[in-house]
Design a protein around this ligand. Structure first.
Ligand SMILES: Cc1cc2nc3c(=O)[nH]c(=O)nc-3n(C[C@H](O)[C@H](O)[C@H](O)COP(=O)(O)OP(=O)(O)OC[C@H]3O[C@@H](n4cnc5c(N)ncnc54)[C@H](O)[C@@H]3O)c2cc1C
Length: 230
């Protein structure tokens, strides 16, 4: 099979439940009041400012994410979510591998917690692409060889690298999503600094863009209070 090399991540919003109004409705049950649209904007502002988080759990999203295994592995550290992933035991995997695009910073300077990343030299850029491609090609060849010799998929897959693409569905509520976004996007409005991997940051940016269409008011307040999850 022909090997495909990519540098991009794919994020689709598959399904969602709830809206800004759902958040306000959940919050208002405590006082038994109802409010106008304008009053709800103010209510959501107060909830975000005071980190009164549970009403934000009233909104749920399901995304489909296609990314390399090294990104998925970081993603799955976010436990307040539900996941279903493509199985390398039940199907033959697709030969799609990650290769960094030339603009991806390659030089890591500093110490843990305070790294700075800078562009690679032309030699580093070329070596990085070559090494990714040859490692993926070698691994894929051995994966196919093992399958051809009748070795089970669940064993043959062990020779494949972290750069292989995987796909998964993730279902998470808005509160958990905001926590994810606060950690995985070094946004200019973030009050608390974070240093995410570039590739998971690309996923976070797409999730933010898609999710804010569903709850524009909640996201506006998230931004204005420094992108701290409630
Ligand atoms: C820049 C960066 C670098 C990182 N580096 C490393 C690393 O080197 N090694 C490593 O192992 N991880 C690393 N992580 C992962 C990190 O430690 C978290 O596991 C990950 O970001 C998930 O965050 P979370 O626990 O807030 O999310 P979730 O698991 O979705 O949890 C959401 C919230 O629920 C609460 N919660 C969930 N589970 C518990 C629990 N068991 N007890 C108490 N409260 C809970 C917490 O309030 C938590 O914030 C890194 C993360 C980032 C963003």
């Amino acid at each position: 099979m022909t090997i495909e090399f990519r540098s991009t991540m794919d994020v689709e919003l598959i399904d969602h439940m709830g809206s800004d109004e759902s958040i306000a409705r959940s919050a208002r049950v405590s006082s038994g009041t109802s409010g106008t649209e304008e009053q709800n904007v103010g209510l959501l502002r107060m909830l975000m400012r005071d980190r009164h988080g549970s009403p934000f759990e009233s909104v749920t999203y399901q995304f489909k994410v296609t990314c390399p295994i090294f990104v998925a592995r970081e993603f799955f550290r976010h436990r307040i979510a539900s996941y279903n992933e493509v199985s390398g035991r039940y199907k033959v995997l697709e030969p799609v591998f990650y290769v960094p695009e030339p603009a991806r910073p390659l030089a890591q300077i500093g110490k843990p917690g305070a790294y700075r990343f800078e562009p690679g030299t032309p030699e580093q850029i070329s070596l990085t692409a070559t090494a990714h491609k040859s490692a993926a090609g070698w691994a894929w060849e051995h994966y196919e060889w093992l399958l051809k010799e009748g070795v089970a998929r669940e064993v043959a897959r062990n020779v494949l690298p972290l750069s292989l693409y995987t796909s998964f569905y993730v279902t998470m509520n808005l509160r958990s999503l905001l926590n994810f976004l606060s950690l995985r996007w070094a946004h200019e409005d973030s009050k608390v600094p974070t240093f995410p991997l570039k590739e998971i940051e690309a996923v976070a940016k797409d999730m933010d863009r898609l999710a804010r269409e569903v709850c524009p008011v909640a996201f506006e307040h998230f931004d204005s209070f420094g992108r701290v999850a409630p």
